[in-house]
Design a protein around this ligand. Structure first.
Ligand code: PLP
Length: 378
């Protein structure tokens, strides 16, 4: 079946006990045994798993072409579980434009767990090849990247990783499985922050790992989740499951709106540069066109006039909400270096935008007045 159908029907069977079309949220923390002390079902205790989580994990595995999925309390908790599952000296190769939370986690905590790391420019797959140190290497890519929208050739770097016995993990948060399915391109594990598009309404936190195979790594990561406890709550699992049902439809509009906004920004005299993989001038455009079905709802741009000018544009927005994060129905705008704080590597004049589902004319009108120093234009 096609993506839209899988997203609506997987893990969404009619509830046998009541006939409910929408699955109930199972809040129970514990599960009973019968007179012979056998478990009545596969469940024992909420930290191992619960029926609401199982339904959402089934949907997540199906829509990302994986054999298994694991849900976590956040995107970073999902990433941490991978690192904590590795035994003994491992090396993690990260992209130079990496989600800053992942960079901090791998560098500051990875070291305590015996993990070394390095940042490489993954737009050239040969750089990845040079960084691999044999079988105990994770090639951790992100495409498109946060915040500079760099594109990585997932098939090429997964191939290089596999030829050297390394593992290919792709953070696909910006693209979502609706637009890009790294496992089909050769990746072993896909990570998503479900806090973003999968939840889709800026009201739930979660993280996901999808695995190509239910292999030893899958088992170890599941064990890690059980022992270290970074599970999602049933309510969050349910909200993420609900978000998946509308993901394809939402992503279409996010893509359309973002493409219009990016094209408009690229022609604006006060804009220095737009980072959006859908623009033909974007260095990763060809690869993105090959590995994504459309280019997503995220973009960033450099404003002429440096840090002060960028902060002023953000402060003048009226319709865009000044907030970090992404993937909700409402459009968000941020001065990225301010959001990331002291460890930020973002250019000082960079503005990042999560293009929402409002009418695109209203979004462009708001950016137009903000880029014209608050003056109404036209
Ligand atoms: C937000 C984000 C994360 C972290 O997810 P949380 O749910 O905030 O922990 C990881 N990667 C990318 C690309 C993100 O945007």
């Amino acid at each position: 079946m096609k993506f839209e159908t899988l997203a609506i029907h997987t893990g969404a069977e009619v509830d046998e006990a009541t006939g409910a079309v929408v699955a109930p949220i199972h809040l129970s923390t514990t599960f009973a045994r019968d007179e012979s002390l056998a478990l009545m079902n596969e469940y024992q205790y909420i930290r191992d798993g619960n029926p609401t989580q199982t339904r959402t994990e089934e949907a997540l595995a199906a829509i990302d072409s994986g054999r298994g999925a694991l849900l976590f309390a956040s995107g970073l908790a999902a990433g941490a579980a991978v690192l904590q599952s590795l035994r003994g000296p491992w090396h993690v190769v990260l992209p130079d434009d990496c989600y800053y939370g992942v960079r901090v986690m791998v560098r500051e905590y990875g070291e305590r767990w015996g993990i070394t790391s390095e940042l490489v420019d993954m737009s050239d797959p040969d750089n990845v090849g040079r960084a691999i140190r044999g079988e105990k290497t994770v090639v951790w890519s992100e495409s498109p990247s946060n915040p500079l929208m760099k594109v990585v050739d997932i098939a090429a770097i997964s191939d290089i990783a596999h030829r050297r016995g390394a593992l290919s993990l792709v953070d696909g948060t910006f693209a979502t499985p609706a637009l890009q399915r790294p496992i089909e391109l050769g990746a072993d594990v896909v990570l998503h922050s479900a806090t973003k598009y999968l939840g889709g309404h800026s009201d739930v936190q979660g993280g996901v790992l999808v695995f190509r195979e239910r292999n030893a790594l899958f088992d170890r990561v599941r064990e890690t989740r059980h022992h270290l406890g970074a599970v999602a709550s049933p309510f969050n699992a349910w909200l993420i499951g609900r978000g998946i049902r509308t993901l394809a439809a939402r992503m279409r509009l996010h893509c359309d709106n973002a493409a219009s906004v990016a094209g408009w920004l690229a022609r604006h005299p006060n804009v220095e540069r737009v980072f959006y993989p859908g623009l033909a001038a974007h260095p990763g455009h060809q690869i993105a066109a090959r590995q994504m079905s459309c280019f997503g709802g995220m973009l960033s741009f450099n404003v002429k006039g440096g840090r002060e000018a960028a902060m002023r544009v953000v402060s003048l927005c009226r319709l865009f909400t000044r907030a970090t994060s992404l993937g909700g129905t409402e459009s968000l705008i941020e001065h990225r270096a301010t959001s990331e704080g002291e460890s930020s590597q973002a250019p000082p004049q960079l503005i990042r935008v999560s293009v929402g589902l409002e009418h695109v004319d209203d979004l462009i009108a708001d950016l137009e007045q903000a880029l014209s120093d608050g003056k109404t234009v036209g």
